[in-house]
Design a protein around this ligand. Structure first.
Ligand SMILES: Nc1ncnc2c1ncn2[C@@H]1O[C@H](COP(=O)(O)OP(=O)(O)OP(=O)(O)O)[C@@H](O)[C@H]1O
Ligand SMILES: [Mg+2]
Length: 370
């Protein structure tokens, strides 16, 4: 199935969502006037560090928390002040939150009982859902008899039981061990695409967000830093925070000269300086370790630097080199070398290495914008 395109219609629309906790002289602002459109059928990730407001925003969408200002529309309906029961979503939390005294089938059927669905229809729907999440024969067992991953599948089946328009997942995988987490990632993504259900997944795990999302919302201290596809967020981070939070980053102090060139490590480099960047302006320059080229570099080619190898870390499929630039003020940078790079160059600590960073990989952040 295709991912929702940028032309897909908006299913959920948040406008000016503002949330304060605590009154009195020093209230804490958890969300600062959030505007966000979620498209029909997409999987959107809220990604950000602990305490940035991900769960608070999800709970406001669910009606489990009320906003101080702002509106929410779902499927064209104004749900801003509706209680949770009158909203149309299923939710899964980090802890499995299954009823321990109910069987798996009764857990899944819980929302259907509340909606007074006849017993035989209910049974058929539960069977269908348990098959959907890969647990067709587990209906008569109790949650304690299942593994963590299986319990989370049951929680997903329960959230989907009433065929909601929106699926909300708050760190559903973070209590699971690494292998199960990776397998469930692709299972949830496949299920979400098969059902074409608009889904918001909260996570602080960048790998989870990059591998699962149609679009990622990078959050920091109650504001949205960037909304974009995984590739956009990874390759074209909008802010230093987004650059630093997602993936391994080189962020170095540099200067844009009056000639419009970037001066890094005593070397004049080509770059796409942002509009309005003034003469002799101190900036931060961003690039990824894998953007650094090390083979076939000509001494007088564009954007060529020489650096000293400080450290070599073997990381399996590649090795990460820490390199010191000749100009001490510019600091160190990381370069990821493939096995082929390593085989050809055979670098050792203390060696001087010639490297190049293509101009289109350099991203300049002005301090005023940081
Ligand atoms: N009921 C509350 N009363 C007071 N402060 C709260 C309340 N709920 C959340 N906060 C504060 O709001 C901020 C955002 O919390 P939230 O739970 O949304 O963060 P989060 O991004 O989900 O973090 P985590 O990744 O740790 O789950 C935090 O500083 C938190 O302490
Ligand atoms: Mg949270």
């Amino acid at each position: 199935m295709q991912s929702p395109t940028s032309t897909a219609e908006t299913y959920l629309s948040l406008k000016g969502i503002h949330k304060r906790f605590g009154g009195g002289a020093s209230p804490f602002v958890a969300l600062h006037h959030i505007d966000l459109d979620v498209r029909q059928g997409e999987l959107l990730c809220f990604l950000g560090p602990s305490g940035c407001g991900k769960t608070t925003l999800l709970r406001i969408i669910a009606g489990l928390e009320s906003q101080n200002a702002g509106t929410i529309h779902q499927g064209g309906r104004d749900i801003s002040t509706l209680p949770p029961m009158e909203r149309d979503y299923g939710i899964v939390f980090q802890s499995y939150a299954l009823f321990p005294n109910l069987t798996v089938a009764d857990n899944v059927a819980y929302g259907l009982v509340n909606r007074r669905m006849p017993r035989d229809q209910r049974r058929a729907r539960v069977d269908e859902l348990l098959t959907l999440v890969g647990l067709p024969d587990r209906g008569s067992q109790y949650p304690a008899q299942l593994s963590g991953g299986q319990q989370q599948r049951v929680a997903i089946a329960r959230a989907l039981a009433t065929s909601p328009g929106l699926l909300l997942l708050d760190e559903p995988l973070s209590a699971l061990d690494a292998r199960v987490r990776v397998r469930l990632r692709s299972e949830i993504r496949a299920l979400q695409q098969r059902l074409n259900i608009t889904t918001i997944l909260v996570t602080h795990d960048q790998e989870e967000a990059l591998s699962m999302a149609d679009r990622i919302v990078v959050m920091n201290q109650g504001v949205i830093e960037q909304v974009g596809t995984p590739a956009q967020v990874y390759q074209r981070p909008a802010t230093p925070f987004a650059a630093d939070f997602v993936g391994k980053t080189n962020m170095l102090d540099a200067r844009v000269g009056s000639d419009g060139a970037l001066h890094l490590g005593g070397v004049r480099m080509h770059c796409n300086a942002p509009a309005g960047c003034g003469a002799e302006e101190a900036v931060q320059v961003f690039f990824r370790p894998e953007d650094v080229c090390v083979r076939g570099i000509e001494q007088h080619g564009p954007n060529v630097l020489e650096a000293t190898v400080d450290k070599i870390e073997f990381l399996g499929a590649f090795s990460r080199l820490t390199l010191r630039l000749p100009d001490a003020a510019s600091g160190t940078l990381c370069a990821d070398l493939s096995l082929n790079d390593l085989h050809e160059l055979r670098p050792n600590t203390g060696d001087r290495l010639r490297l190049a960073i293509p101009a289109d990989r350099l991203r300049i952040f002005r301090h005023a914008c940081a």
